[in-house]
Design a protein around this ligand. Structure first.
Ligand code: PGA
Ligand code: ZN
Length: 432
C-alpha cells in the first residue's frame, strides 16, 4: 500500500470508534462502524453478510437472543466496536492501516475473529481505511492502490439470474452473471449490463416466467436446468444488440457447489446425482456450447481432488474462481497455488476480516499468477468500498449483483463516478 509510510510514523491519532446496528439488504441486522481521527476526519463503513458462506470464513458475531431478530442481532459486535476496540485504537498513534489491523487481530486473539466478531472487526478496519484516505486527501481507490500496480476499472459482473441459497426457485446453480468484457469503457459496460437485464426481463415475461427478484437483484424464474438459463442469457444478449462472448458480453457462473453437494459426496443438480467427474464433464460441455468465460465454486469447498481435476481439465480455457474454498485467506490461496487448484480467487473483505489481509490475499494472487475478482455479499448495505477496492487493486473484475436494487447499483454508480473523475484509468481485464 503506498498510503501512510514510515516517514509519517504515528501521524494517525484515532479519537473515537463507534458503531450502530443497522439493517442489510435482506432486512437482517448488520454493523455500521465509524472511526474518527483527532483532526475531525470521520470514516464510516457498512458490513456485508453472506448466505452461502464458506466453513473457514471469519465468523460474524450474532447475539443469539431469540427475542430480537430471531437471534441475528448484532448488538454484541456493536458493543465490541464501541468498547474494547475503541479503547485499544485510542491508546496510541498509528503508522498505517497494517499496524491498526494487526492490533485488531491481536486484540481479538482467535483464528477466526469470533471473539470480538468479524463483523465488528471488518467494519472498523474499513472505516479506518476511509478515514486514513480522507486524512491523506486521497480518493479511497487511489489510497488502496499497491505500489507498482496500475489501477483499472473492473469488468462488472451483473448477476441477472439468481438461484441456490439466494432465491426460492428450483435452480441449483446460484448465480448467472453477464460480463461486458468487450465493452470500450466502464460506462458502456454498465449500459450493456442494464440493457441486457431489461431485455431478459421481457424475454422471461414473454415465456410466462415470473420476473420476481432474488437476493442479489437477478430474476428468479422457476427453471431448474442451468443450460436452459444459459440459453435465455445468450438470447437476451443478442436481442439487446450485443455479441455473446469475450468480444462483447460474456457469461460467468457461480454454481456455489458446496450448497448442493450431499453428504454422499454427490452433486445434486436438477434432480440428477453427479460425481465430481460428472460435474467436470458437464462444465466442459457448458463451455463448449455457451460463451462462459468464468466459473466460480464449480465444485465444493472440501472437494480439493475434484478441484485439481477440474483445473487440469479446464484451467487453460476458462477462469476457475475459488470462493468458499479459499475464503479470501492468504494462507489457503498460497496452498491452492502450490497445488494447482483453480486459477483465480474471489475477494470478500468480510470473509477474512481486515482490509490488510484482503490486500494481502490479492497480493498473493498477483505473485502467483492468479486472477482476482472482488465481490459483494448477498446481504449488502449501500457502502461502496468494494468499487474502490476493485479499481485500486487493478484486478479488473468486480461482481456486485444485478443492475437493480439500490445496494448493488450504488457500487456500479461509484465506478461511474471514478471513471468520470479520472478518465485515464483503463477499463477491463488486465493483460495476461
Ligand atoms: P454469499 O454469496 O454472499 O451469500 O456468500 C455470494 C457468493 O457465493 O459469491
Ligand atoms: Zn460464490
Amino acid at each position: 500500500m503506498n498510503s501512510p509510510s514510515a516517514a509519517r510514523a504515528g501521524t494517525y491519532q484515532i479519537s473515537g470508534v463507534s458503531a450502530l446496528e443497522i439493517l442489510d439488504s435482506r432486512g437482517r441486522p448488520t454493523v455500521q462502524a465509524a472511526v474518527e481521527l483527532a483532526d475531525g476526519t470521520v470514516g464510516v463503513a457498512g458490513v456485508p453478510s453472506g448466505a452461502s458462506t464458506g466453513s473457514r470464513e471469519a465468523v460474524e458475531r450474532r447475539d443469539g437472543d431469540k427475542s430480537r431478530y430471531k437471534g441475528l442481532g448484532a448488538l454484541g459486535a456493536v458493543d465490541a466496536a464501541g468498547g474494547e476496540i475503541a479503547d485499544r485504537l485510542r491508546r496510541q498513534g498509528w503508522r498505517d492501516q497494517a499496524e491498526i489491523d494487526a492490533a485488531l487481530i491481536e486484540l481479538d486473539g482467535t483464528q477466526n475473529k469470533d471473539r470480538l466478531g468479524a463483523n465488528a472487526i471488518v467494519g472498523v478496519s474499513m472505516a479506518c481505511a476511509r478515514a486514513l484516505a480522507l486524512a491523506d486527501g486521497r480518493e479511497l481507490w487511489d489510497w488502496l492502490t499497491p505500489d507498482g500496480v496500475t489501477p483499472r476499472l473492473p469488468v462488472p459482473h451483473f448477476n441477472v439470474i439468481n438461484g441456490g441459497a439466494h432465491a426460492a426457485n428450483p435452480l441449483d446453480f446460484q448465480e448467472f452473471m453477464i460480463a461486458p468484457v468487450g465493452a470500450g469503457s466502464l460506462r458502456e459496460a454498465v449500459r450493456a449490463g442494464a440493457e441486457v437485464y431489461a431485455t431478459l426481463r421481457s424475454l422471461l415475461a414473454s415465456k410466462g416466467h415470473a420476473t420476481g427478484l432474488g437476493d442479489e437483484g437477478g430474476f428468479a424464474p422457476q427453471v431448474a436446468e442451468p443450460e436452459e438459463v444459459l440459453d435465455l442469457l445468450v438470447t437476451a444478449i443478442g436481442e439487446a444488440g450485443y455479441v455473446p462472448g469475450r468480444d462483447g458480453v460474456a457469461i460467468a457462473l457461480d454454481p456455489a457447489a458446496s450448497e448442493f453437494r450431499g453428504d454422499d459426496g454427490r452433486y445434486h443438480v436438477a434432480g440428477q446425482d453427479l460425481t465430481s467427474a460428472d460435474m467436470i464433464e458437464r462444465y466442459a460441455q457448458i463451455i463448449e456450447e455457451f460463451p462462459v468465460w468464468s466459473i466460480e465454486d464449480g465444485l465444493a469447498e472440501d472437494d480439493w481432488d475434484g478441484w485439481a481435476a477440474l483445473t487440469e481439465r479446464l484451467g487453460e480455457r476458462v477462469q476457475l474462481v475459488g470462493d468458499d474454498i479459499f475464503v479470501t485467506n492468504p494462507a489457503i490461496i498460497t496452498e491452492a497455488i502450490s497445488r494447482g487448484i483453480g486459477n483465480a480467487a474471489l475477494i470478500k473483505l468480510n470473509q477474512i476480516g481486515t482490509v490488510t489481509e484482503t490486500l494481502e490475499a490479492m497480493a498473493v494472487c498477483r505473485r502467483g499468477g492468479y486472477a482476482a475478482m472482488v465481490s459483494h455479499r448477498s446481504g449488502e448495505t449501500p457502502d461502496t468500498f468494494i468499487a474502490d477496492l476493485a479499481t485500486g487493486s487493478g484486478c479488473g473484475e468486480l461482481k456486485t449483483g444485478a443492475p437493480a436494487r439500490g445496494e448493488r447499483v450504488a457500487k456500479y454508480n461509484r465506478l461511474i463516478e471514478i471513471e468520470a473523475a479520472v478518465p485515464s484509468i483503463p477499463y477491463g481485464l488486465p493483460a495476461t
